[in-house]
Design a protein around this ligand. Structure first.
Ligand code: UGA
Length: 464
């Protein structure tokens, strides 16, 4: 394996830090650059500053081997780097479009110190057309620099970030410069060879969680997973893929509402629908809806860029509306059995936007908790990993417990809001005995309805 290249990762979020940790373990010398001092200090100490299965171990090994070098200084990292992966955040603005401030700041700062022959790889999710503007910005900053630009969108999911990076189901690489594309592919080919000797099952906790069977293609030939495209196509692949997945979920949720009315069971319906291989079962799990740092931002970003080009995207605005309506839909299930007042306490299980992560960005669970408390319910909540993070956006009136027992004690209603495995494996008999009421709202359709009803719960699902 040729690992002579030195790599810099700019931006240490889920994508950046995971990529840095993996490539340093593969054997590359990796500078990992961020402007946040506390993040860099934590990484230097050999761990991640957010929860992600297995990541701490990879960071620790990277640091101990000397291959992973966290730094606040572009000046230290960039002059030695052959390849830069830009992994900075692209938060959305109030109008739904992407804030590209960090994208350009990272590119310009890198350009100042870059050496000739640099390959600048954009991993961050950016609106189509951004790559050309970044190329111009680099040229403006450093007119004499010889460099190439590659779009290499990231497809890892939070909760299975390490597994997905060690076992990429596809690698999309788009550029005008074919030679650079092959160099980037080679880096991932080396990572793939490294992953062959690893017991990936250890990092698989939530991998493939939203599909009925294993969809990750660990067995297929690495070369078949590479999709080589032009620059704009690669940019558009990323947001379109996320938008389509969000659409699938919103579609399932709209059918779930109808299933509720007609006495059908959405899980059965989607098992049947998803059995058609042209459709597929994954991302058809009805429930409280989608959140996180990606889908909401990418869907609104797609609408915004379409608008810039004079196009409407009613299909995507409907997906957003459908998703927003799920909070009221689940609230109505609580209200069906209880009056919103202080004497009725609702316990919310799960606050992160999905299981396996401490990320609470655009969490539907937090929106639900805030909605219920504003209606007059007493609300208490718990989460295995996201308690500290959740407090930032959670209404002050929501009480957060560390222990699940305390959280459900004496409550009228329990809502499963984020489907952590800890909650799926619960002894619900014990929960029922601790509760005062017997209403169980399964906001993620992951529990055994019949069994729970036999225990004496009044079960409410989303379309079942
Ligand atoms: C998503 C994509 O799945 C990744 O491929 C992509 O790389 C990533 O965005 C990104 O752009 O960085 P992620 O946001 O980590 O990954 O989470 P998902 O697993 O896609 O789940 C998103 C939301 O949809 C969660 O709130 C989840 O609870 C919800 N969901 C998912 C459903 O409600 N039903 C489903 O069937 C699937």
């Amino acid at each position: 394996m040729n690992k002579d290249l030195t790599v810099s990762i700019v931006g240490n979020g889920y994508v950046g830090l995971t990529t840095a940790a993996v490539l340093s373990n593969v054997g590359y010398k990796v500078y990992t650059v961020d402007i946040d001092k506390s993040k860099i200090e934590t990484i230097k100490s050999g761990k991640s500053y957010f929860f992600e299965t297995g990541l701490d171990n990879f960071v620790k090994k990277g640091i101990n081997s000397g291959n992973l070098i966290p730094t606040l200084s572009y000046k230290e990292a960039i002059p030695k780097s052959d390849v830069i992966f830009s992994c900075v955040g692209t938060p959305d603005k109030d109008d739904g479009s992407s804030n590209l401030e960090f994208i350009f700041a990272a590119a310009k700062e890198s350009a100042k110190y870059a050496k000739d022959g640099l390959i600048y790889v954009q991993k961050s999710t950016v609106p189509v057309g951004t790559g050309r503007n970044v190329i111009e910005a680099i040229q403006e900053e450093n007119p004499n620099l010889r460099f190439s630009y590659v779009s290499n969108p990231e497809f890892l999911s939070e909760g299975s970030a390490l597994f997905d990076t060690l076992n990429m189901d596809r690698i999309v690489v788009g550029s005008d410069d074919k030679e650079s594309v092959e160099i980037v592919v080679k880096i991932f080919r080396n990572a793939n060879k490294f992953a062959q000797d690893i017991d990936l099952d250890r990092y698989k906790d939530y991998a493939g969680f939203y599909s009925s069977k294993e969809t990750k293609s660990s067995k297929t030939d690495f070369e078949d997973r590479i999709v080589r495209t032009g620059l704009e196509s690669a940019e558009l692949v990323k947001v379109s893929a996320n938008a389509f997945l969000a659409l699938k979920i919103s579609f399932a949720n709209s059918i779930a509402k109808l299933a509720d009315k007609v006495g059908a069971d959405i899980t059965e319906v989607m098992n049947g629908v998803g059995a058609d291989h042209r459709i597929g079962r994954s991302f058809l799990y009805a429930g409280l809806g989608w959140g996180g740092g990606c889908f909401p931002k990418d869907v609104s970003g797609l609408i915004a860029i379409a608008k810039e080009h004079g196009l409407d995207m009613p299909i995507m605005t409907s997906a957003i509306d459908e998703n927003s309506s799920m909070i009221n839909f689940v609230t109505s299930k609580v209200k069906k059995h209880t009056t919103p007042n202080k004497n009725n306490t609702v316990a919310i299980l799960g606050l992160s936007f999905k299981p396996g992560t401490s990320d609470i960005r655009r969490s539907q669970s937090i929106k639900l908790a805030n909605k219920l408390v504003s209606m007059g319910y007493s609300v208490q909540a718990c989460d295995p990993k996201a308690r500290k993070e959740a407090k930032k956006t959670l209404d002050d009136r929501v009480i957060v417990f560390k222990s699940l027992e305390e959280c459900v004690k004496g409550v009228s209603v329990v809502v499963l809001a984020t489907e952590w495995k800890e909650f799926l494996r619960l002894d619900w008999k014990v929960v029922k005995d601790l509760m005062e009421g017997n209403v169980l709202v399964d906001g993620r359709n992951r529990l055994d309805k019949e069994k729970l009803e036999n225990m004496g719960f009044r079960y409410e699902g989303v379309g079942r």
